[in-house]
Design a binder for this molecule. Structure first.
Ligand code: SF4
Length: 335
């Protein structure tokens, strides 16, 4: 049986910033591959500086990859500009982190939501107003919001408006770049319900970028874990976040706070064993060997000189010398 073509297929991309005739470019993303299926939510996790937002920008066409390809629904969009990629027929939209910066304060909500519909060109003025009212209702806002300005709304309500704008033209894929991180915990939970509900109802796929593992665990069916611009581990959310194998994924989970004090104590102990987490160094500073080697309790001399290949083991992909297809659960590495 043939595997269905994914909606988004990112192959071996690298993203670089800066660089000139006297300075080398800094590589923020190095040889990353990932896919998002039709209607699927895939989480992209990692610390600040891991390259997750750079991947989102590359998929949106806001930055051009230095190598690799990006296919959307079978079409090569690697060198398409952002405007073309967000064209309704191409079907890609975005929800950014900051609900205050992402809405134009001088435009009514009706104008903000009406603009993508105008570009779409399928709606008369009356139809567009009806559609905007439907969208507002769907994201849990009153229809009279249509004539008000962003300043009349809270952060959570503004993010609902941003989501309404993103889904207004029925995109196939929405890039959610830290969509809940500026919100309080209660609003975060409501926003996650809204996004996952919309994905289910409309079959909208999402690339869900977040540093908060609990948020990704609640939203995504699959997870890709990044460290310094490279994929460390990927697989189902259940496998990766509940039974992590890669030492970096284990350290990342151990460093994320939990409400239960006993579990928090266990995590602190695991964190001590794994060593401090890295800061915001880019991928370019670790071109040889495993980027996690300086912090990894299992590191060997090989780890410092040879880059581990991505290996598929029982449905998940791991880039670590501890794991080979023949020896998937070495002693001391499994959680
Ligand atoms: Fe640790 Fe080596 Fe695996 Fe990197 S390749 S995570 S250093 S054991």
């Amino acid at each position: 049986m043939s595997t269905p073509t994914p909606l988004l297929d990112v192959r071996n991309i690298a993203v670089e910033y800066g660089g000139g005739w006297r300075t080398a470019a800094a590589r923020a993303v190095d040889d990353v591959s990932l896919t998002v299926g039709h209607g699927e939510i895939v989480g992209l996790v990692g610390e600040s500086g891991s390259g997750k937002s750079s991947i989102g920008r590359a998929v949106l066409g806001l930055t051009s990859p230095a190598q690799g390809t990006i296919h959307l629904d079978g079409q090569d969009v690697t060198h398409q500009r952002a405007g073309e990629r967000r064209d309704p027929s191409t079907g890609i939209q975005v929800v950014f982190q900051d609900p205050y910066a992402s809405l134009n304060p001088a435009r009514t909500i009706g104008r903000t939501l009406g603009e993508p519909l105008e570009v779409h060109g399928k709606f008369s003025a009356t139809e567009a107003r009806t559609r905007i009212e439907e969208l507002l209702t769907r994201v849990g806002l009153p229809t009279d919001a249509i004539d008000r300005y962003p300043s009349a709304f809270s952060g959570g309500q503004r993010q609902r408006i941003a989501i309404a704008r993103a889904i207004s033209t029925e995109p196939k894929l929405v890039i959610c770049d830290e969509p809940t991180s500026a919100l309080d915990v209660v609003t975060q939970a409501r926003m996650l319900d809204l996004l996952t509900g919309l994905s289910r109802e409309r079959g909208t796929a999402m690339l869900f970028i977040a540093h908060n593992l609990a948020v990704v665990a609640a939203a995504a069916q699959r997870v890709v874990v990044l460290y310094r611009g490279r994929v460390m581990e990927s697989g189902t959310t259940q496998d990766v976040l509940h039974r992590p194998l890669h030492p970096y994924t284990q350290a990342l989970i151990a460093s994320s706070p939990v409400a239960d004090p006993l579990r928090q104590r266990k995590r602190r102990a695991a964190r001590k064993q794994a060593g401090p987490m890295a800061g915001s160094e880019g991928a370019g500073s670790a071109s040889q060997g495993c980027p996690f080697a300086p912090r990894c309790p299992h590191a060997t001399p090989t780890c410092r000189t040879q880059r581990p290949d991505a290996t598929v083991i029982a449905g998940r992909t791991i880039a670590c010398h501890l794991f080979t297809a023949d020896d998937p659960t070495p002693e001391g590495a499994a959680a």
